[in-house]
Every structure is written in C-alpha cells, then in structure tokens.
Design a protein around this ligand. Structure first.
Ligand SMILES: [Zn+2]
Length: 269
C-alpha cells in the first residue's frame, strides 16, 4: 500500500458556525494555543490517495468548483501527482457534505472519475438520497441536502453501498463513526502489521476536538452522538497507537493521537 494525501485547498469557516454553543473565554485560549487567532478559520482539505496493486483509490472527492473559492483544487493536485481522473478505480466517501462529495462531477455535471466505482455507506446514502431530507434537514443545511441529492441522482448507477465492518476493498475496512452525519464512515487501512485510520470528519479539527473532544461542534448533525464517537475513537487511536489521516487536520492530515491531560493532542507526522 502506498498512501499520500492531496490538497483540495481549504475552507473558510466562521468560528461562530463551528462552535456556536461554546463560551468564548474557554474557546479562545485553546484556539490561540494552536496559533489560531483569525476568524473565519481556514481548515485544510486533505484527500487520501491509496495505491494498492491495480487499485488507485480516493477517499472523498473534494469540493468541486461550486462550493468555495478557496477549495476545489483536487484536479490540479491529481495532475501534480501524475494521476489522471480516468486512472482512479474507486472513490470511497466518508460522508456526503459538500467539501467531500461535490468534487465528484466535472464542469459538465458528468462523473469526473469516469472509470471509478463509487462507494458510500448505506445509512449515509439513505439519508441524502431521501428527497424528504431537503425539507427536514433545516433551513441552514437545505442547500447542502439539495446539492447532495442532485449529485447522488447522477451517480446512482455507479455507487456501491456498504455497511459497518465490511472489508470494502482488500485491506480496507469500514468503521461506522456516525454523528457528524447520520451515516458517516471512517476506514481502517491495514497492511502487514500496520494500520492507519482515514477519519474523514469523525475528528474534524486538531484543536478543540482533541483538547475537549466531548464539546459540541456546530457542523456535526447530531452533536451528542458525534462527541461520543469522537471520545471513543480518540481513546482507541491513542491506546492502540493507530496513525490517522484527518480530512481537516493540519500538515496534510497525517499524524498520531496522544493523550494530553484530560484530553488528547494531534501530532503531525
Ligand atoms: Zn468536511
């Protein structure tokens, strides 16, 4: 297995959207400890590229041209890596948020990765492919739901659905990490005695969600469930010394989880 991450650029995310419920006097010291003093925050977007035998696998597809100006760089990053979109054999989704899904179509609304099998967790698929979600998700996220539905409709025949615990590709096991979205999935990549976890947004930042993993994050659909998932996952990753790739973690997203006081710390590697 060869693993690298490609940058889709970064997001512009207002602090108040990310942490709507947290008291500023507790939040700001954690952010400034990590050198973050600006608002909006500018989290990176890291797409995992896995080469394994004949397979060239992307974990998530980036934002595409229609989401934010600072994002949608994946096609360029692929070109720099010497990989053409036609060479991608599989696109595996952690979840269907815009910065993970919307890059899956080209400028003509055709699948960008024309030869790839696309894979999404069954629960995640069921949530976003339900036309009712657009009206039940809430006004702030309705645009997100419409965008997901439109893309999934175009991709429907190319998408394979999978369930928690399934080995979806050789050495790639799906792990349910629900909460950020209803069917969010992470993936454990195993080769020899080593493993690495592609987190997606199960742990969505390297500051607050490591220092205080139980605190609510505004971009999580079910903040309580997401916090429970995060605490359990961090505990396991630190205990078993499993390396991680986080979609919004710094330094390309690769690193280790260590315990620090009552919380955890991300060490970029
Ligand atoms: Zn994300």
């Amino acid at each position: 297995m060869t693993i690298q991450t490609l940058s889709d650029g970064s997001l512009r995310l207002p602090k108040g959207l990310l942490f709507p419920d947290l008291p500023q006097d507790q939040l700001d010291p954690i952010l400034s400890r990590h050198g973050i003093t600006q608002d909006p925050l500018e989290p990176p977007l890291n797409i995992t590229l896995l080469r394994h035998g004949d397979q060239v696998v992307l974990f998530d597809a980036g934002s595409g041209p229609a989401f934010q100006d600072s994002a949608g760089r994946l096609p360029l990053a692929l070109e720099e890596a010497g990989v053409s979109p036609e060479e991608i054999t599989h696109v595996v989704f952690t979840h269907a948020h815009p910065d993970h899904l919307w890059g899956v179509l080209d400028d003509f609304d055709d699948p960008l990765f024309a030869n790839a099998e696309h894979l999404m967790g069954q629960a995640e698929w069921d949530y976003w492919f339900d036309p009712a979600t657009i009206s039940t998700i809430g006004e702030e996220r309705a645009n997100m739901a419409a965008g997901a539905y439109r893309r999934l409709e175009i991709l429907e025949d190319q998408v394979t659905r999978f369930r928690d615990g399934e080995e979806i590709l050789p050495g790639v096991a799906a792990r349910a990490t629900h909460g950020h979205t209803p069917g969010h999935m992470s993936f454990e990549l195993r080769s020899g005695g080593e493993s690495i976890m592609v987190l997606g947004d199960a742990i969505g930042n390297h500051h607050v969600s490591f220092a205080q993993p139980e605190w609510h994050v505004g971009t999580d659909h079910d903040p309580d469930m997401a916090a429970g998932t995060r605490v359990g996952l961090l505990d396991q990753l630190a205990h078993d010394q499993i390396r991680v790739i986080g979609y919004h973690l710094p330094g390309g997203g690769l690193g280790e989880v260590v315990r620090a006081g009552s919380g955890f710390r991300f060490i970029s590697t």
